[in-house]
Design a protein around this ligand. Structure first.
Ligand code: FES
Length: 337
């Protein structure tokens, strides 16, 4: 098959282009933050990071999902420490104790301006849009973001299959890996290894491709998907499981890869350990491959690919989207403009 690479070597090494990607892709995308099980009941909340911003996700007392920027209006500290979870009607800053209700309204604290209600209004937490894809939670930071239903239509249908048991999964562990490589190589490597479904519709495979040991058996438990731009979901054979790989671009040549592992509650401890050990090895091998590709890019020797057409389609589609977004060819609507 003829090479149809859209991006050039310099597109993976340019700091200027990386700055543009931050502005035009990352700030206008939906970002995975966790699983609904982490906020199953009113008052439950957790602190995490999305798009390099500290975030709190909470279940309000009326059961609605909420997300806020995790920055205290007093001295700018994080309110809930990153990685911490809790259950409370209030979000209380760990530093001096200012507190907010779960609707983000400021409620008081030591030396706070409670005598001036109009000022208290200005101290409300910055709210973020929050959505669910199956049991997975996403937040967005801007108002002119891609419409959620449009971008998740195909994937939402697939993940609704009760055989997958995604809602019964429990979060087990997050492992974070550092790769000395551009974020786009990480995504492309994932697609090259496993054909993916990508939004939007142009040139996308019709449905996800079964992959792995159970491919011939059409095992519904085996699935790999990618949601633009950097949410990677993998379901493997065996007990019900899911691993979410989230790419966090740090610079044009450095990327963090967060791997969240989910397992069914009744999965044996041994199975979980073997599975995560295997995934760890795969991840480390992948990072070696990606870092070697980045080194070649530095010498303008763009690595070639000899993958199957279906897999190439995913990569070409991804690269075309990158190009389109950088050129500002997508509005906040699905259509190209
Ligand atoms: S920094 Fe949060 S209460 Fe002071």
């Amino acid at each position: 098959m003829a090479e149809k690479k859209i991006l050039k070597a310099k597109d993976y090494t340019s700091p200027e282009l990386f700055g543009l990607e931050l502005e035009r892709i990352f700030n206008h995308s939906w970002h995975y933050v966790g699983h609904v099980d982490q906020v199953a009941t009113p008052g439950q909340h957790f602190a995490t990071v999305a798009n390099n911003v500290r975030v709190i996700v909470a279940r309000a007392m009326d059961h609605t999902l909420k997300a806020y920027v995790n920055v205290c209006k007093h001295r700018g500290s994080e309110i809930i420490r990153q990685g911490e979870t809790g259950q409370s009607k209030l979000l209380k800053c760990h530093l001096h104790g200012w507190f907010w209700d779960l609707n983000g309204d400021f409620k008081g604290g030591p030396f706070s301006p409670k005598e001036k209600p109009e000022k208290a209004k200005k101290l409300a937490l910055k709210s973020l849009a929050v959505q669910c894809l199956g049991p997975f939670l996403f937040v967005a930071f801007e108002t002119d973001i891609l419409p959620w239903k449009g971008i998740t239509k195909v994937l939402a249908k697939q993940l609704a299959d009760p055989k997958l048991g995604l809602h019964q999964l429990k979060f087990k562990e997050r492992r974070t890996y550092a790769a000395a490589a551009n974020w786009k190589l990480v995504i492309e490597n994932y697609m090259e290894a496993q054909a993916c479904v990508l939004w939007p519709r142009r040139a996308q495979p019709k449905k996800s491709v079964k992959w792995g040991a159970n491919r011939k058996n059409k095992d519904p438990m085996c699935m790999n998907n990618c949601l633009w731009p950097f949410f990677l979901l993998k379901l493997d054979p065996g007990s019900k499981n899911a691993s979410v790989h989230v790419v966090q671009p740090i610079s044009e040549g450095h990327t963090l890869i967060h791997c969240d592992y989910y397992l069914a509650e009744d999965a044996s401890q041994d199975h979980g350990l073997v599975w995560m050990h295997f995934m760890d090895r795969v991840q480390r091998d992948d990072i070696d491959t990606i870092e070697q590709a980045q080194e070649k890019l530095a010498t303008e020797a763009r690595p070639t690919s000899h993958t199957q057409e279906q897999r190439d389609r995913g990569i070409h589609h991804f690269q075309a989207l990158v190009k389109d977004f950088l050129a500002g060819r997508y509005s906040g609507r699905l259509q190209k403009v």
